[in-house]
Ligand binder design. Structure first.
Ligand code: ADP
Ligand code: MG
Length: 352
């Protein structure tokens, strides 16, 4: 059995038309770092709060470490679930020192043990010697690490973090992605992190759970999620993509689309002949005499690459042009014709 198991977990708030979380099944192994990724309102926080015990599910069950903490006959309160929670706004007590903030969750320990543990976790998060300061004397990234230290102090089985990076600016955000995962790995914790940001999710997790409208869309490693999105929602939410309709050829290795025949990375069984494919912009490589060509409508400099919008062959003017990434050193003029090839590894058959 997995370390954490959610089965058919559902939360329907009163007066809501559809459940906030709708029959989700999720298994998490010990030591894994998982992210729940999805747009605002898709049910991420509600899922986390049900796991922590702050929100009563409508139905389903939750197991943590071989123990049922919620089902139709059981409700274990938050403080007995062995969970450490880091809230989106960190929720540090402003009138308490960092040390006292951390000691707060250890109420049954002796004062000496509390102090020792506070010192230990402050060391773990790289804030040795900050114990006597107050939260407002620390930077955002340091407060974040205190919140994590406080969550880790009682030695929880699981750490839950709700949007831990959303209050940080770009540079610090990258740094904290690295720091948080390093700390979690060092402490050998199982963690579930909520985020609406694909880059956060890819940078920190072993596996990503993409949700939309209360339903799990796909569970996969970042690499697999990017290369083999299961459906149109995932393909578009996780990075940029070109979605094309087409017909699967009888060899099951190609799809005929309006831009021509596109090769698939592998032979694909699909229940229907009319299919959709996702082609990543970086899978389109500019090449002289490439297989596909079209007129450039727009070029946007993205820093690491240029995003080129190309209208191909008989592509309807009202439809979206293809998006292709080109190296920045290449000069590309609007109105010129470019040609490119498509790397099959960045093509995927997707469900509607
Ligand atoms: P996310 O964290 O993915 O942005 P939430 O889990 O917070 O989404 O919310 C999912 C849905 O449930 C939203 O439609 C939200 O409005 C609704 N919701 C969340 N909390 C409550 C509540 N306490 N009462 C009623 N509706 C709620
Ligand atoms: Mg939320």
């Amino acid at each position: 059995m997995s370390f954490i198991q959610l089965s058919q977990l559902t939360k329907a708030f009163k007066n809501a038309e559809t459940p906030a979380v709708n029959q989700i099944d999720l298994k998490i192994e010990k030591g894994e770092i998982i992210t729940l990724l999805g747009p605002s309102g898709c049910g991420k926080t509600t899922t986390l709060r049900m796991l922590a015990g702050f929100e009563q599910p409508t139905s389903g069950s939750i197991y943590i470490g071989d123990r049922v903490v919620y089902d139709d006959r059981t409700y274990i309160p938050p403080e007995k679930r062995g969970i450490g929670m880091v809230f989106q706004d960190y929720a540090l007590f402003p009138h308490l020192t960092i040390e006292k903030n951390i000691m707060f969750g250890l109420n049954k320990w002796s004062t000496r043990a509390k102090k020792e543990r506070a010192k230990e976790v402050l060391e773990l998060v790289g804030l040795d010697g900050y114990g006597k300061r107050y939260p407002n004397e620390l930077s955002g990234g340091q407060q974040q690490r205190v919140a994590l230290a406080r969550a880790l102090a009682p030695r929880p089985h699981v750490v839950l973090m709700d949007e831990p990076f959303s209050n940080l600016d770009a540079g610090l955000r990258e740094r904290m992605r690295y720091d948080v995962t390093t700390i979690l790995r060092k402490a050998d914790k199982t963690a579930i992190i909520v985020t609406h940001d694909q880059k956060d999710a890819f940078a920190v997790s072993d596996r990503v759970v993409v949700m939309n409208e209360g339903i799990i869309q796909q569970i996969a490693s970042p690499r697999e999620m990017y290369r083999c999105p299961k459906n149109c929602f995932v393909a578009q939410f996780v990075g940029k993509t070109n979605l094309l309709t087409g017909t699967l050829c009888s060899d099951m290795k190609h799809v005929d689309t309006y831009i021509g025949r596109v090769s698939l990375p592998e032979q694909s069984q699909f229940p229907v002949e009319d299919v959709r494919i996702s082609i990543r912009p970086e899978g389109c490589r500019l090449a002289e005499n490439g297989m596909y060509s079209g007129r450039v409508e727009r070029v946007t400099y993205g820093g690491e690459y240029q995003e080129v919008e190309v209208r191909l062959g008989d592509q309807n003017v009202s439809s979206q042009p293809m998006v292709v990434y080109a190296p920045i050193e290449q000069e590309i003029e609007v109105g010129s014709v470019i040609s490119f090839d498509i790397t099959p590894e960045l093509v995927a058959l997707v469900e509607a």
